[in-house]
Write a protein that binds this ligand. Structure first.
Ligand SMILES: [Fe+2]
Length: 190
């Protein structure tokens, strides 16, 4: 499950429905694909794409995506820092950014036209769609690895256009992980 943090409002969301509702209001689609456990997260890319073919086809039909692939980065990936530095500054694309997380963790920061910046920490099973033109940036969590299905309307359009707003400098790429939240019983005792 994702963890959504709205720092300016001192709010954190970790309930699927609450997350999906909040993100929908700022134009971000969030969902979970529950067939994750049917395939190993380290399976070859072709097997991953085959396992999720019906979900991928549905998304293609819905969003006009024409291709899907699996991106796989970890601390051993050559040029990782250069790659990450392209996307950890506020930018937008002429193309939707659609990611289904297979393995690893990362944080999308979304800067809506109206309203506060929202951090979305994603993990395995999370599907996120950041529409074209949305101002955002991305960081990996501490383990510096992520494996995700990507969908493209046109891969050529998926290049960062930097806003140079400086807003990104005000937010730390905090990753909490599942252990961040107290148990439900602890919450109920408050
Ligand atoms: Fe991006």
């Amino acid at each position: 499950m994702a963890i959504v943090t709205i720092t300016d409002e001192n709010r954190t969301l970790n309930d699927q429905e609450a997350i999906a509702d909040y993100l929908a209001k700022i134009g971000i689609d969030y969902n979970r694909w529950d067939s994750l456990q049917q395939i190993a997260s380290n399976a070859p890319a072709e097997e991953i794409l085959a396992a999720y073919s019906s979900e991928i086809e549905a998304l293609k039909a819905q969003g006009g995506y024409v291709t899907a692939d699996v991106i796989d980065v970890n601390s051993q990936t050559p040029g990782l820092d250069v790659m990450l530095a392209k996307f950890n500054r506020e930018h937008w694309h002429d193309e939707d950014e659609v990611r289904f997380i297979i393995h690893g963790r990362g944080v999308f920061h979304i800067h809506p036209q109206q309203g506060p910046v929202v951090a979305i920490e994603v993990e395995a099973g999370d599907l996120i769609r950041v529409p074209r033109g949305t101002w955002h940036w991305f960081n990996l969590c501490e383990t510096r690895e992520i494996r995700a299905i990507r969908l493209f309307q046109d891969p050529a359009g998926w290049a960062p256009n930097y806003t140079e707003s400086g807003v990104d400098a005000g937010f730390q790429p905090m990753c909490f992980g599942a252990s961040y939240f107290p148990s439900q019983s602890a919450i109920n005792q408050r």
